[in-house]
Design a protein. Structure first.
Length: 270
């Protein structure tokens, strides 16, 4: 499996964050677009399995195939760059500024949304035969997810918003662990195993992932779901993005960096 020890892969995390900041805008957008599109297809795949088999665990077990594909191909998710690029800033890498980090996040967001929305439009056409019929069991299930994860939170007011934010935090704790998993091994098999486990946890627990939601909610809106664009933005996407940022950076990025790259002095035993 060619396992790398934490001090080695944390160094790779910081290097990766730095390299992403210097990436050409065209490449950032292309890689983010493809990541959003592949993850959206994986979401359709997993929901289809859930609906057709009635076994949510099976969908969760198989959903990570999309995540593994996109990271093996070198594409980028917003949830991943939320963790990696700030580490390059904290490590004081030359040329890495707060403005550069924010710009990179913005470009990845646009690319991810473009890819996810493209798949949402294509799958809406597929499920409805060009908007000439209802979207079928899988399409209706996806639409209901959008309703439950907007109006379902809104009915609880501030408590619903807090719950949404925390589910976003927990999501990117697991997803960013999957991103790190791609750096733990130097073999394809090792990378896949390390990525698969935390992504399976996040999907089965129905935590909130900002990029997956970039597919689910536009699809619902295209197929007549009972919520609005403002419901989607206020009662899901924006709080989810913030939760993903806080959860991934605090639970994964900063903890690994603090204890493996900037370790405290060893204790002196008298």
């Amino acid at each position: 499996m060619a396992y790398l020890v934490p001090s080695e892969f944390v160094s790779k995390m910081v290097d990766a964050g730095e390299s992403k900041i210097y990436m050409a805008t065209r490449d950032v957008l292309i890689r983010a677009y493809m990541a959003g599109a592949i993850l959206a297809l994986a979401a359709v795949f997993a929901v289809s399995i859930n609906v057709q088999t009635g076994q949510p665990l099976l969908g969760a077990v198989l959903f990570p195939v999309g995540f593994c594909m996109l990271y093996l191909l070198g594409f980028d998710l917003l949830t991943g760059v939320f963790v990696l690029t700030p580490l390059a800033l904290i490590d004081k890498r030359p040329g890495v500024t707060p403005g550069a980090v924010l710009k990179h996040w913005g470009l990845v967001f646009v690319g991810n949304f473009g890819g996810a929305f493209t798949v949402a439009a294509l799958m809406a056409i597929v499920f409805t035969f060009g908007f000439s019929t209802d979207p079928g069991k899988v399409g209706i299930a996806i639409s209901h997810i959008g309703e439950a994860r907007t109006l379902g939170y809104a009915q609880y007011g501030a408590a619903g918003m807090l719950t949404l934010f925390i589910r976003g935090m927990l999501c990117n704790w697991m997803v960013s662990t999957g991103v790190v998993g791609a750096m733990i091994s130097t073999t394809v098999g090792g990378k896949v195993i390390a990525m698969w486990m935390p992504i399976m946890v996040f999907f089965y627990m129905t935590f909130e992932h900002s990029v997956v939601n970039m597919f689910l909610f536009p699809f619902g809106l295209l197929t007549g779901a009972n919520f609005s664009m403002m419901d989607y933005l206020i009662w899901n996407e924006i709080p989810t993005v913030l939760g993903n940022l806080v959860g991934g950076l605090s639970f994964t990025g900063l903890t690994l960096y603090a204890t493996h790259a900037r370790t405290a002095p060893k204790r002196v035993i008298a």
